[in-house]
Write a protein that binds this ligand. Structure first.
Ligand code: ATP
Ligand code: MG
Length: 119
């Protein structure tokens, strides 16, 4: 399958499958330790967790700023590594967590990140 398949769809299901990830600059810390989740077209998903728990990291990975070390990220079953990052960035909108947008501080244990939407 190629990115052209995604082009014909207005929405794609995004899946993290047993995703493991360490930032290249901080190899000693495993941020995602086998995270699996599915983001379905038309549904709202919220990532909730403590500061430093990895919520923004999930966004970075969905945007293909980094690739997972183990496991996979799939859009409609297509591995993110097989998609052109520029194509992906044209399709995805992510609103990152901003203190001014939320009543709670970004370090609140219950802080949330609006994850993404496919255009
Ligand atoms: N660019 C980066 N390079 C190295 N380590 C990073 C980087 N960004 C985040 N981290 C580390 O990855 C871990 C997860 O951070 P992340 O920013 O994803 O957490 P978060 O859940 O979004 O936290 P918050 O609620 O404070 O926004 C933390 O240990 C953080 O220090
Ligand atoms: Mg964050």
């Amino acid at each position: 399958m190629s990115s052209s398949r995604l082009l014909r769809r207005s929405h794609a299901r995004a899946q993290l499958r047993d995703a493991r990830f360490r930032y290249p600059s901080r190899r000693e810390t495993e941020v995602l330790k086998g995270l699996s989740l599915e983001l379905r077209p038309g549904k709202v998903a919220a990532l909730v967790g403590p500061s430093g728990g990895g919520k923004s990291t999930v966004c970075h990975l969905i945007e293909a700023f980094y690739y997972v070390n183990d496991g996979a990220i799939l859009f409609d079953g297509v591995n993110i590594k097989d998609l052109d990052p520029r194509f992906l960035h044209d399709q995805i909108s992510i609103v990152s967590q901003e203190p001014s947008l939320f009543a709670t501080s970004p370090s609140s244990p219950t802080s949330m990140v609006p994850v993404y939407s496919m255009r």
